[in-house]
Design a protein around this ligand. Sequence first.
Ligand SMILES: CC(C)(COP(=O)(O)OP(=O)(O)OC[C@H]1O[C@@H](n2cnc3c(N)ncnc32)[C@H](O)[C@@H]1OP(=O)(O)O)[C@@H](O)C(=O)NCCC(=O)NCCS
Length: 147
Amino acid sequence: MFGIGRGDKTLRIRQATLEDLPRIVDIGAKAFPYIREPQNFFLDRLRNFWVFVAEVDGHVLGFVDVEVKRDEAKIAGIAVDEAERGRGIGSALMSFALEFLKKLGISRVTLLARASNEPAVKMYRKFGFLQGKHIRDDVYEWYKVLR
Ligand SMILES: CC(C)(COP(=O)(O)OP(=O)(O)OC[C@H]1O[C@@H](n2cnc3c(N)ncnc32)[C@H](O)[C@@H]1OP(=O)(O)O)[C@@H](O)C(=O)NCCC(=O)NCCS
């Protein structure tokens, strides 16, 4: 668990449970409108990935999905409720995910991002991710070595 003060409120990050699925689907379907069956998609993530949610006063406002394979990991998705962006929730989720992976002994973490997704790309740069190989269209892999 992890918390940072936000005025009189506290942002807490914890592992997601099945009860969080409706909020994750709500946030995720809006953030990633190209996902075809968001209910099944995010259920599959909950079952097979590490999923952490950020909540304020019991309200889930964002999530991060992390896939771990041997000593490498992928940030498979990170999203914040549109009305709550720009307040540090995405950064808190990313910090938490990176600390979690460090504790697991993971040495390298990757993610995919569209070059046109400015908020995401700026956040990844802020966390020390470097742009890696071209995947398709304007999608690039980004990577970070964890020490
Ligand atoms: C990317 C996302 C998760 C960031 O969440 P957030 O809570 O708004 O992020 P934060 O408030 O912690 O901001 C983190 C950094 O992101 C960048 N950023 C955030 N919003 C930005 C904006 N509108 N324009 C440019 N940069 C922005 C800044 O570098 C910021 O750091 P700073 O405040 O120190 O300058 C959020 O924009 C989101 O959910 N986007 C839709 C889903 C998505 O595209 N996910 C990534 C897929 S690759």
